[in-house]
Write a protein that binds this ligand. Structure first.
Ligand code: NAD
Length: 263
């Protein structure tokens, strides 16, 4: 759709030097019931359980067994029960989980009891598609602001939201109570955009640009990289075909993978 118009920014000093990406994030968020923090991997699965629960609620279901919920979420039921124990939810033997109550508990843990206004920066190919996807608003993440620097885009609308110049990020984000910023600019612009969002009080950033963002303590960054996901899939494909060497010093060309593991 559009390309970066040569607005490569000078790197500004940032408040701290902490490179904060999700894979470096120390595990855990407060479970909200005075228990131990909820591990990061569990948080990710809770979001999947919530998607299934929302569907069940829509179907008017009152209860669901751990086996059914686990199967629909693609995990085993022992893991599901352990995940839910982190948030203090336990099912009733022979009955299962109350769908409505479990939904509320998961939503409370994920901080979804109120909507989160989202600002998206970079309304190019990817940003335009994200901005036009109605599913975010349905799940509590309304797109409240769109920003770009391309004069051809500023002033246009996507799904009723006007694209504003990136210069207005601080003012607009503060006015609209933006809590989540999405960075969909080319990599060279991403840090400056991130800095503007942080300066506007945004504490959660979803980064699509292929670069590591440096943020102050207290700001969460999650990086989405579909190519990385495909590389992981590629690894599994290669392993199935036996073209990946067994890892680690114990593995020698003469060992089968099973031998290497069992040592
Ligand atoms: N994570 C993933 O899986 C994934 C997938 C596709 C693309 N991407 C990345 O997403 C980004 C966007 O890709 P695209 O194909 O939409 O590119 P694009 O060129 O179509 O769009 C980028 C937009 O950002 C705008 N922009 C540039 N500098 C800006 C600034 N300082 N402030 C605000 N807006 C600015 C441009 O005007 C343009 O509209 C790229 O970094 C790309 O590598 C990531």
């Amino acid at each position: 759709m559009t390309v970066d118009r040569g607005t490569r920014p000078a790197r500004r000093p940032v408040p701290t030097t902490r490179a904060h990406e999700d894979d470096l994030t120390p595990a855990g968020v407060d479970g909200g019931h005075g228990a131990r923090p909820v591990p990061e991997a569990t948080v990710a699965r809770l979001a999947v359980y919530l998607r299934v629960l929302t569907t069940l609620l829509g179907e008017g279901r009152g209860t669901v067994s751990s086996e059914e919920l686990a199967a629909a979420a693609g995990v085993n039921s022992a893991k599901l029960r352990k995940d839910l124990s982190h948030i203090g939810s336990s099912g009733v033997r022979g009955v299962g989980y109350d769908v409505s109550r479990l939904t509320a508990e998961v939503e409370a843990t994920l901080g979804l009891t109120r909507p989160h206004a989202v600002a998206l920066v970079g309304v190019g190919n990817l940003g335009h598609a994200l901005a036009g996807y109605g599913g975010f608003a349905q799940r509590g993440f309304p797109v409240a602001a769109l920003f770009d620097v391309d004069p051809a885009l500023v002033g246009t609308t996507v799904d009723g939201v006007e694209v504003e110049h990136a210069d207005s990020i601080p003012r607009v984000c503060a006015e609209r109570g933006v809590t989540i910023g999405v960075v969909a600019t080319p990599a060279p612009a991403a840090q400056q955009v991130c800095d503007h969002l942080v300066a506007a009080g945004v504490r959660s950033i979803l980064n699509f640009a292929p670069t590591v963002l440096v943020v102050p303590a207290g700001v969460e960054v999650r990086k989405v990289d579909l190519a990385v996901e495909m590389q992981v899939l590629s690894f599994h494909v290669a392993r199935r075909h036996g073209t990946v060497p067994a890892a680690g010093p114990a593995a020698t060309p003469r060992q089968t993978p099973r031998e290497a593991v069992s040592r």
